[in-house]
Design a protein around this ligand. Structure first.
Ligand code: UD1
Length: 419
């Protein structure tokens, strides 16, 4: 088993570049199944979720070449073979294969998606949208079968009962080659949705309104090849900004789109964090005393649920009391017990996290229970006195590109060991 060892207390200084967005690339890769020529993605992060998707696509018959952060995908050999087991279950985003395969073949047999345990994560909205477009859903062992029974997938008017990133993207993917017009109402507005729509449009799709809550897709018969630059990862950026504010003495985070982080940045400003917003970077100064704040997560452009855990160690350094309420995933609190083990005054009370600071954290053996909880533990380890040993690090490597190298370059004492 691999573990991350951090000897805490080293101040972070220098520059760190943000990689391409995980939540974009995990949808971009399956969307490429729809193309009838080569698509090249640039700015692909070096994360294990991408490795898993490459393995799955290769198994399906795609031919893929990786060079640096570019991925050249030729999807012409993809076949609609059942994909029930193994790597499919290792990531949540494998649900995008339903949209890709259904759009291309009118059928898909794919294992149920896995991913981080953040409490219940249903996919009923995805299925409702596919059914509205004419697909039927049935189960084959551990896999789900979607099929139009030989008919064409047809455009439909779909109202999403809950704002869902995955269901919005999946519907856009499937509808790109459906017959006629699809309208998605109450669509999610995350930047990743615009990124997927941009790729699909550059492949020849007709998608309008991505980034608003009404998206219209006019289905087309063919989608061709293109080249696409993945947007920067706003969650990775927010994680490094929080680390820099917690233990930095002058850190510049580059390849950042400030517009994607406005609610996060304004929360930091409320705490008193000193930062300079530059053209495509953010400079975080060494901080003085910070003020405790409360926060509530909500769909974009609100405070991202994915940044709730990474910001928590910084909150623990602030003076006063605060509450964190995750309205998207109420049970996303697995980091709390681990942080308490490191000496933090933090607990879960009545469905929200409550904390009181400032806290002096002490290194301890802790467990990454999910990707963003893992990021919180890395930050806590950097701040803490003494040694922190993080187990279950596979979660962290699923979503943070070159995290050990990036933090080492900033002056952290961090490494991976084989235990
Ligand atoms: C995506 C992100 C994840 C992020 C989340 C919310 C990817 C691969 N993952 O996950 O990092 O935390 O958005 O920003 O992009 N829901 C339903 N039925 C559905 C689908 C969702 O009830 O069919 C509910 C969920 O339980 C949740 C809410 O809708 O409470 C939002 O979930 P959703 O936006 O779909 O999350 P994901 O796309 O899975």
């Amino acid at each position: 088993m691999r573990k991350i060892i951090i000897n805490g207390g080293n101040p972070l200084r220098g520059e760190v570049a943000v990689s391409g967005a995980k939540n974009s690339v995990v949808a971009l890769i399956p969307a490429i199944i729809l193309a009838d020529d080569v698509v090249t993605l640039d700015g692909v992060p070096a994360i294990s979720d991408v490795d898993s998707l490459i393995d799955i696509m290769t198994l399906m018959g795609a031919s893929i070449e990786r060079e640096g952060d570019s991925l050249r995908i030729d999807p012409r050999g993809v076949k609609d073979i059942p994909m029930p087991y193994g790597k499919i279950n290792s990531l949540r985003a494998s649900y995008y294969f339903y949209g890709g395969l259904l759009g291309r073949f009118g059928q898909a047999v794919v294992g149920l998606p896995g991913g981080c345990d953040l409490g219940p994560r249903p996919i009923d909205l995805h299925l409702k949208a596919f059914e509205a477009m004419g697909a039927t859903v049935s189960y084959e062992g551990e896999a789900m079968r979607l099929s139009t029974e030989g008919k064409a997938l047809t455009g439909a008017h779909i109202y999403m009962d809950t704002v869902s990133v995955g269901a919005t993207i999946n519907t856009m993917i499937a509808a790109s080659k459906a017959k006629g017009r699809t309208v998605i109402e109450n669509a999610a507005r995350e930047p990743e949705i615009i990124d997927i729509a941009t790729l699909l449009n550059n492949m020849g799709a007709h998608i309008r309104g991505a980034g608003t809550d009404i998206i219209t897709i006019e289905g087309v018969e063919r989608l061709h090849g293109t080249r696409h630059q993945v947007i920067p990862d706003r969650i990775e950026a927010g994680t490094y900004i929080a680390m820099a504010a917690a233990i930095g003495e002058g850190v510049r985070i580059t390849n950042v789109l400030y517009e994607h982080l406005e609610s996060f940045i304004s929360k930091l400003e409320e705490m008193g964090v000193h930062m300079t917003i530059e053209e495509d970077s953010i400079f975080v100064e060494k901080q003085g005393n910070l003020k405790a704040v409360s926060l509530k997560t909500s769909p974009y452009p609100g405070f991202a649920t994915d940044l709730q855990q990474p910001i928590t160690p910084l909150l623990l350094k602030t003076h006063g009391r605060g509450k964190i309420r995750d309205t998207i995933y109420e049970k996303r609190v697995n980091h709390v017990a681990e942080l308490a083990r490191m000496g933090a005054h933090i607990s879960v009370l009545g469905g929200q996290i409550v904390y009181e600071g400032p806290n002096e954290l002490t290194g301890a053996p802790v467990k990454a229970t999910d990707l963003r909880a893992g990021a919180a533990l890395v930050t806590a380890g950097l701040i803490a006195k003494g040694q922190t040993v993080i187990s279950n690090i596979e979660f962290i490597l699923r979503g943070y590109s070159d995290i050990i190298e990036k933090l080492t370059n900033l002056g952290a004492d961090i490494k991976i060991i084989e235990d």
